[in-house]
Design a protein around this ligand. Structure first.
Ligand code: SF4
Ligand code: SF4
Length: 174
């Protein structure tokens, strides 16, 4: 079991951005390295790291995912949003939602309409996609690592989980 308190985390967004720029090649190598490991073992360690690290990161001081993700919305979530704003569903759709090229309902702005400063103004009503990001509680990390590393530079949770994962595997950058 991984201890709750790990090495000090890096949470400053500018620092993470700069480190990420320096570590692009290293992360490419780590991605390939992970593909050679036991996927179930990687998942187990990532889940433990996620549980230990996420509570130490204050998403309300970040909001970076809300500035960059395309958010899918379900009909039920649209209805819930309409209820929250005391608006007709049609008005909510008109104001906040568009149909993607794939025919799905998505929030029609990036950054998201509902980001206020660095935090969500509809937190209790945020969408499933928002709740699940950065998806580190899910399985198959090794097959999803390419997509996750796309957010390494902007998400302190991903950044710190990946950096600690390197330590756990004694990964040596070549
Ligand atoms: S609904 Fe809230 S949590 Fe989701 S993207 Fe928008 S601001 Fe972020
Ligand atoms: S999930 Fe990551 S990118 Fe989104 S607010 Fe939290 S730390 Fe920032």
């Amino acid at each position: 079991m991984i201890k709750k308190k790990l090495v000090p985390l890096i949470t400053d967004l500018d620092t993470i951005k700069h480190i990420a720029a320096d570590k692009e090649a290293e992360n490419d190598h780590f991605r390939i390295f992970l593909k050679q490991q036991d996927g179930k073992q990687v998942d187990s360690i990532v889940h433990q790291l996620n549980e230990a690290i996420t509570p130490q990161i204050d998403c309300t001081q970040c909001g970076n995912c809300c500035r960059s993700l395309m958010i899918n919305v379900t009909p039920e979530e649209t209805a819930s949003l309409a209820f929250h704003f005391k608006m007709e569903v049609a008005v909510v759709k008109d104001k906040y939602i568009e149909i993607s090229e794939q025919g799905k309902m998505i929030i029609n702005t990036i950054p998201c309409h509902f980001l206020g400063g660095t935090s969500c103004t509809i937190y209790e009503n945020r969408f499933t996609e928002c709740r699940e990001f950065p998806h580190l509680h899910k399985d198959n990390f090794t097959s999803r690592v390419f997509g996750l590393l796309m957010y390494y530079a902007i998400c302190p949770i991903i950044f710190n989980v990946v950096e600690t994962l390197k330590e756990k595997f004694a990964f040596e950058p070549s």
